[in-house]
Ligand binder design. Structure first.
Ligand code: SAM
Length: 222
């Protein structure tokens, strides 16, 4: 099996289940035009995240890593009329593109983008003692996933879902002696999650237009 076949199958699946959409397609086009890296989730993955958020009736969503706001739009569309999504982004250029994309998608009233390093903005959120989140998507720098997971856990309600992207990394996750900070970050997170009694967790390998990777899915125990 090749990446080309995975990509063709992804197109087939997305064509059926996540078909063309002006706001989402426009967000991708604006991101490409602004020179952002094409490292957003695939359309069928965005739909997967949206279905999970809808399935648990999420009213408050937190995203760590906005890029151009592609996954943010998928997730914000899972929210009820009074729902809210906070997305955290460190790069001002990415934040500017995302903010424009939210406006074009008609979602500015539901989405708040906080600019800054996620460790800082997460600490800010904790200090504000807002209502807990129902759904948290972790998709920023991989070396800091353990810290983001710890923060996410303390910001979520029992029954919340936490999804972590890119936990397989083309299979490199099994390289126990890797000195790559991304691999070290993912492995440290996996070990932390496996030990953590407040969550039930698994990870699923994925292939497709984004190559070979995977999601971790964590349910915060009631
Ligand atoms: N979730 C997005 C999507 O699927 O459409 C993709 C996010 S992209 C994989 C990762 C983003 O995290 C980038 O925009 C990057 O600038 C941001 N990022 C990296 N390190 C960060 C940090 N320390 N704090 C906040 N954001 C960070």
């Amino acid at each position: 099996m090749t990446e080309q076949l995975w990509t063709e199958v992804d197109s087939y699946i997305s064509g059926l289940f996540a078909p063309d959409d002006a706001a989402l397609d426009g967000a991708l086009k604006a991101s490409v035009e602004a020179g952002l890296p094409a490292i957003q989730v695939a359309p069928n993955q965005g739909k997967f995240l949206q279905l999970l958020a809808r399935a648990i009736g999420a009213r408050r969503i937190l995203e760590i890593g906005s890029l151009g706001g592609y996954s943010t739009i998928w997730l914000a569309r899972a929210l009820p009329a009074d729902g809210r999504l906070i997305t955290l982004e460190a790069d001002p250029k990415h934040a500017a593109v995302a903010t424009k994309n939210f406006a074009t998608a008609g979602l500015s009233d539901k989405i708040e983008l906080r600019l800054g390093f996620a460790k800082d903005t997460l600490a800010q959120l904790a200090a504000e003692a807002q209502d807990p989140f129902d759904f948290i998507f972790i998709d920023a720098d991989k070396a800091n996933i353990p810290a983001y997971f710890t923060a996410a856990l303390s910001l979520s309600r029992p029954g919340a879902l936490i999804i972590v992207d890119n936990v397989v990394r083309k299979g490199r996750v099994i390289e126990a002696d890797s000195a790559d900070p991304d691999i070290e970050g993912v492995r440290a997170f996996n070990e932390l999650a496996a030990r953590e009694t407040r969550v039930s967790v698994t990870a699923i390998q994925t292939v497709g237009s984004k190559g070979y990777d995977g999601f971790a899915v964590l349910l915060v125990n009631a």
